[in-house]
Design a protein around this ligand. Structure first.
Ligand code: ARG
Length: 292
């Protein structure tokens, strides 16, 4: 079977012949280098300020994610890092972007509050329609676009009231999903959108009501195990074919291949000390105009 790739990736023989044909589409991302990366406070269970971090290792891991996305043909913009903001590397949290509309984050914790100013400035200087969320809203950490839906997490960071604001601001239907396990404190730690109809997720991170919504909306979802979730494998970025994901899961990788995707494992061990992985580092500039 031939895989169709619009970003010029080689076809592969790894994919089962009965698998669906997956197609990659060109994406635009915004990333922030981990120049000032550190764990100096703890706002999620992965963060332990007593354990030393290694900035050069974090930088190398980040660079590989960046370069892999570029090699796949995607456009990656970089926002300048700010001293004293060690979590700014997690650009996914900076905003939610759809076309020329940008809703910049309002962080739950004071430690990250000052990041918003950089995103307001970066997007405004590109002539986009920019507004800051009025209640706690951690951008694409908690908002994932899937086809016509905007999936929206709450429970730990983003306020439920922010979902209504996002629905009105983007004029897109928002599906609220409630997280219950504090290790999976953002939606993107428990669910990844693979293409317009397909997601992968760890059910145990959600209330039973939210699990029922996910079953209904995504009957062909790939279901991850507790072990997959624990290595942060769901913190993944997909272009519709390639799935860049934290390395370490075997089951989930096999299920992705079986479904016709091409998983690419990335070492994020150092970034994980702050509770971050591949998707956390990557803000997708979604939508018709690709964020422009
Ligand atoms: N230390 C950061 C925090 O707790 C990690 C953010 C990870 N980002 C994400 N999109 N899940 O806020």
């Amino acid at each position: 079977m031939e895989l169709i790739s619009e970003v010029g990736t080689p076809t592969t023989t790894d994919v089962p012949s009965h698998a669906a044909i997956r197609r990659s589409t060109h994406r635009r991302y915004l990333m922030c280098p981990p120049t000032h990366f550190d764990v100096t406070y703890s706002i999620n269970p992965w963060m332990n300020p007593a354990k030393p971090t290694d900035q050069p290792i974090a930088a190398a891991q980040w660079q590989r994610i960046h370069d892999q996305l570029v090699d796949l043909g995607h456009t990656v913009d970089v926002i300048p890092p700010v001293p004293g903001l060690p979590d700014m590397v997690f650009a996914a949290n900076g905003a939610t972007v759809w076309g020329d509309r940008v809703l910049v984050a309002r962080f739950r914790h004071a430690e990250r509050d000052a990041e918003s100013a950089s995103y307001l400035e970066w997007f405004a200087s590109r002539g986009l329609h920019v507004q800051q969320a009025s209640t706690a809203n951690e951008g694409e950490g908690d908002y994932l676009s899937a086809g016509s839906w905007l999936l929206a997490g709450s429970g730990f960071r983003t306020d439920r009231r922010a979902h209504l604001e996002s629905e009105q601001y983007f004029d897109r239907p928002v599906i609220g999903l409630t997280l219950v396990d504090d290790r999976y404190y953002h939606l993107d730690t428990a669910l990844a959108v693979l293409d317009d109809e397909t997601v992968m997720y760890y059910p145990g991170a959600f209330t039973s009501g939210s699990q029922a919504i996910l079953r209904e909306l995504f009957p062909s979802a790939i279901i991850a195990t507790a072990e997959d979730a624990a290595v942060f494998a769901l913190n993944a970025v997909s272009d519709g074919l390639h799935v860049l994901m934290p390395a370490g899961s075997t089951d989930l990788v096999a299920k992705l291949r079986e479904a016709g995707f091409l998983p690419i494992g990335m070492d994020v061990s150092e970034l994980l000390r702050a509770g971050g992985g591949v998707k956390c580092c990557t803000l997708e500039l979604h939508g018709p105009a690709g964020g422009r």
